[in-house]
Design a protein around this ligand. Structure first.
Ligand code: NAG
Ligand code: NAG
Ligand code: NAG
Ligand code: NAG
Ligand code: NAG
Ligand code: NAG
Ligand code: NAG
Ligand code: NAG
Ligand code: NAG
Length: 393
C-alpha cells in the first residue's frame, strides 16, 4: 500500500505544477490524496474533471479550498481517523459524494455547494449536522444511512430521482421544498418521532414511510407508483389532494392510526391493502374512490367500512374484521352479485383472527369459517341468494 500511494502522490505532484498554470484540470484515473498538502494541490484547479479518493490511511483534515467545480466523484471510505472534509469554494459536484465507514468524521462542510449529482453516505456515526450552509438545491440521488445526523438541514432539493434516508436514529425532522420524485422516496427507521413535512410535493412515483412520527403531504396530487405506510406512529394520515395512485396503496401495522382521509382519491390502479392497524375502527376516508385495478384487501378491527362510490374492483375482494361489518358486507355483496367485483370474494365480520386475502379466519364462536380461497372458488357459481345465505351465516 505505501508504494501504491507513493506512485499516486508523485503523479499528483507532477500534475500539480500543471494544475497551478491552469484553472481547469482533467485527469482520467482517480486521483488519490492522502494528506492536507495533496488536497491543496488538487484544489488549485478551479474546475477538476476526474474522481478524487481520500486514502484509507489519511489522518489530516481534507480541505479542497479553491476548487469550484468537480466533475467526478469525491470518495472517502473505511477511514477511522479523518475528522473533516470540506471546501469553502466548491459550488458544483457533478458526481457522487461517497462517504462510507468514517467513524470519526464530524464535519462535512461545503458552505457554498448548491448542486450535486449524488449523495451516498453510510456509517458516519459522529456526523451530526450537514455543513451545506447555502443548502443544496439540486441532487438526483440521495442515500443516507446509519449516520448520527440530527436533521437534514442543508439538503433542500426541488426534485429528485431517488431519496433514501434510513436508520438514522437521531433524525427527528425532515422538511424540504421537494416538488416531485421521479423514482422513489423512502424514509424508514429514523427517529420514530420524525416529523416529515413535504409541503410542495405534487407528484411522485413511489413513496414509502416506515416508523415516522408524522407525515404531511398537503399538495400531493398524483402517485405514478405506490404509497406505503408501515409501522408509523401517527393517529391521522391525510392526503387531501391525491387523486390517483398508479400502483398500490398499502397501510399496514400503524398501531395508533385511527383516521385515514383520502377525500379526492378516485382511482387505485393496483391493490388497496389495509391491515394490522389495530386502532383503526372506521374506514370512511375514501368518499370518491371509484375503481381499484387490483385487489381490495382489508383486515382488522373495523366496525365501519364505507366506500360509497366504489363500483369497480378488478381483483380479489377480502374484508375480515373482529367487529360487526354486516352493513359493509351487504354493500360489497351487492357489487359482487352485479359482477362489479371480478376476483375471488370474501367478506366476514366477528372473526377472531382477521387476516389478509387468502387467510381463513376463525369465527368468534370458535368455529373455523369456510375460508377465503375455498369460498372464493365457489363464489362465481353462487347465486345471489346462496351468497346472502353464506354471508348471514
Ligand atoms: C471497506 O471495508 C469493508 C469491510 O471491512 C469492505 O467490505 C469494503 O470493501 C471496504 N470498502 C472499500 C471501498 O475499501
Ligand atoms: C418538479 O418540481 C420542481 C420544483 O417544484 C419543478 O420546478 C419542476 O418543474 C417539476 N418537474 C416536473 C416534471 O414536474
Ligand atoms: C408522473 O405523473 C405526473 C403527473 O401526472 C407527470 O407529470 C410525470 O411525468 C409522471 N412521472 C413519471 C416518471 O412517469
Ligand atoms: C415502485 O414500487 C413498486 C412496488 O414496490 C416497484 O415494483 C417499482 O419498481 C418501483 N418503481 C420505482 C421507480 O422505484
Ligand atoms: C390542491 O389541488 C388544487 C387543484 O389542483 C390546487 O389548486 C390546490 O392548490 C392544491 N392544494 C394544495 C394544498 O396544494
Ligand atoms: C380525520 O382527519 C381529517 C383530516 O385530517 C379531519 O378533517 C377529520 O376531522 C378527522 N376525523 C376525526 C373523526 O377525527
Ligand atoms: C399482520 O400481522 C400478522 C401477525 O403479526 C402477520 O402474520 C401478518 O403478516 C401481518 N400482515 C401484513 C399485511 O403485514
Ligand atoms: C385488534 O385489536 C386488538 C386489541 O387492540 C389487537 O391486539 C389486535 O392486533 C387488533 N387486530 C388487528 C388485526 O389489527
Ligand atoms: C351486526 O350489525 C347488524 C346491523 O348492521 C345487526 O343487524 C346485527 O344483529 C349485528 N350482528 C351482531 C352479531 O351483532
Amino acid at each position: 500500500m505505501p508504494s501504491m500511494l507513493k506512485i499516486a502522490v508523485s503523479a499528483l505532484a507532477a500534475a500539480s505544477t500543471a494544475y497551478a498554470a491552469s484553472s481547469s484540470c482533467s485527469v482520467s484515473a482517480t486521483t488519490t490524496i492522502q494528506n492536507a498538502g495533496d488536497a491543496t494541490a488538487v484544489a488549485a484547479c478551479e474546475t477538476f474533471s476526474g474522481s478524487i479518493a481520500v486514502a484509507t490511511g489519511t489522518t489530516d483534515d481534507i480541505a479542497l479550498d479553491g476548487m469550484k467545480k468537480l466533475s467526478g466523484n469525491l470518495v472517502a471510505t473505511n477511514n477511522s481517523a479523518i475528522k473533516r472534509i470540506s471546501s469553502s469554494t466548491l459550488e458544483t459536484l457533478d458526481g457522487t459524494l461517497n462517504l462510507d465507514g468514517l467513524t470519526r468524521l464530524y464535519g462535512v462542510d461545503f458552505p457554498v455547494l448548491k448542486n450535486i449529482d449524488s449523495i451516498k453516505w453510510n456509517a458516519l456515526p459522529n456526523l451530526q449536522s450537514i455543513g451545506f450552509t447555502a443548502e443544496v438545491e439540486e441532487a438526483k440521488k440521495v442515500d443516507i444511512q446509519n449516520t448520527g445526523l440530527r436533521s437534514l438541514k442543508g439538503i433542500n432539493i426541488e426534485e429528485v430521482d431517488t431519496f433514501f434516508v434510513a436508520n438514522n436514529g437521531y433524525i427527528d425532522e425532515i422538511s424540504m421544498q421537494l416538488g416531485n420524485v421521479s423514482e422513489s422516496l423512502t424514509l424508514a427507521d429514523n427517529n420514530e418521532n420524525v416529523k416529515v413535512e413535504l409541503p410542495n410535493l405534487i407528484w411522485a412515483t413511489n413513496l414509502t414511510f416506515r416508523f415516522c412520527g408524522s407525515v404531511s403531504v398537503p399538495s400531493l396530487e398524483t402517485l405514478n407508483g405506490s404509497l406505503g405506510l408501515y409501522n408509523n406512529g401517527f393517529e391521522t394520515f391525510s392526503a387531501p389532494n391525491l387523486t390517483s395512485v398508479g400502483e398500490a396503496l398499502a397501510i399496514v401495522a400503524n398501531d395508533k392510526l385511527d383516521n385515514i382521509t383520502f377525500p379526492m382519491l378516485k382511482k387505485i390502479t393496483d391493490n388497496l391493502q389495509i391491515a394490522n392497524n389495530s386502532a383503526l375502527q372506521e374506514v370512511s376516508g375514501f368518499p370518491v374512490l371509484e375503481s381499484i385495478g387490483g385487489a381490495f384487501d382489508m383486515s382488522g378491527n373495523m366496525s365501519t367500512v364505507e366506500t360509497p362510490k366504489l363500483d369497480d374492483i378488478k381483483g380479489a375482494f377480502n374484508l375480515q374484521s373482529s367487529d360487526n361489518v354486516t352493513a359493509a358486507c351487504n354493500f360489497y355483496n351487492s357489487l359482487k352479485s352485479k359482477k362489479l367485483i371480478q376476483g375471488k370474494y370474501f367478506c366476514r365480520g366477528k372473526v377472531e383472527d382477521p387476516g389478509t386475502e387468502g387467510h381463513k379466519p376463525t369465527d368468534q364462536s370458535g368455529t373455523s369459517t369456510s375460508g377465503a380461497s375455498s369460498l372464493s372458488t365457489a363464489t362465481g357459481a353462487l347465486g345471489l341468494a346462496a351468497m346472502a345465505a353464506v354471508l348471514l351465516f
